[in-house]
Design a binder for this molecule. Structure first.
Ligand code: SF4
Ligand code: SF4
Length: 260
């Protein structure tokens, strides 16, 4: 299944100092529901059911987001990253199916108390939604992560440190201590990729990264344009590309060190 990460918009109600994708200013103009649905319908017709990672900004603040999710969900699997500031019962009252949707929540301790976040996350789980908790790896907020982790652990909830935008300069001792408990194949691959000189990568062929204007790119680092989803010029690449970047991205799961 092909994957597309989509910044639905950049507006966010939080103002995390380490975040370089958000804005506090509401855009003058946004894409209408029909423009959005046409775009995802066209992609469905060309590539079948894909996995759409909706991110931002804060996606749940986008006007008519529940209707948008419901319609996209009929065409593609939906994964949404959110700061969980919305009311959980809106998912149920808007009849959002928990079948194809995955909600990745991020805990931001500068903006929400641990108790409030935890109770909302537990409500999300009780409502049957597949979900996870991430924590942004930035020195501004790494010092308390071990304590937060103990509390999440006591509820049987895993909290995953998340590296963003190629930033690997955060408090590595804390990050690696936590990751060592829960090492995954992707993490092992990530370490091997960081140390390699180049990789072949399926980003662009199996994955694309779309900004709030609909422009599509190979990944968050490789900015070769793949067209635009709103004017139906978006196309995945035919072939795997060679990449010489040191890749710290979650997208590095598309790289293929094995075939070197
Ligand atoms: S909640 Fe997410 S999108 Fe909003 S400012 Fe923080 S990191 Fe950026
Ligand atoms: S290896 Fe990383 S930086 Fe290079 S194309 Fe793949 S995802 Fe992008």
């Amino acid at each position: 299944m092909k994957s597309i990460a989509w910044d639905i918009w950049l507006y966010c109600n939080y103002d995390c100092k380490f975040c370089n994708t958000k804005t506090k200013i509401l855009p003058d103009k946004i894409k209408s529901i029909s423009e959005i649905l046409n775009a995802w319908q066209n992609i469905h017709e060309r590539y079948g059911r894909c996995k759409i990672y909706i991110t931002g900004g804060e996606p749940f603040l986008y006007p008519n987001i529940f209707e948008i999710i419901k319609k996209i969900d009929a065409l593609h699997d939906v994964h949404i990253t959110t700061n969980l500031s919305f009311e959980i019962d809106m998912l149920v009252s808007n009849k959002i199916s928990n079948k194809n949707i995955f909600i990745n929540t991020t805990f931001h301790p500068f903006y929400v108390s641990l108790d409030t976040f935890l109770s909302k996350f537990i409500e999300l789980q009780k409502s049957g939604y597949q979900s996870s908790v991430s924590y942004m790896c930035d020195d501004l907020q790494m010092s308390e992560l071990l304590n937060y982790k103990k509390v999440f652990d006591s509820y049987g909830i895993n909290i995953t440190p998340s590296v963003y935008n190629g930033n690997n300069n955060s408090n590595n001792a804390v990050k690696h201590f936590i990751m060592s408990d829960d090492i995954t194949c992707d993490d092992v691959k990530k370490d091997s990729i960081i140390n390699s000189t180049f990789n072949y990568c399926d980003a662009g062929k199996c994955y694309a990264c779309v900004n709030d204007s609909g422009d599509a790119f190979v990944c968050s680092v490789r900015r070769e344009k793949l067209g635009n989803i709103f004017d139906n010029t978006f196309r995945f690449l035919e072939n795997t590309i060679e990449c010489h970047n040191k890749c710290f991205l979650l997208e590095n799961k598309y790289s293929q060190k094995d075939i070197l």
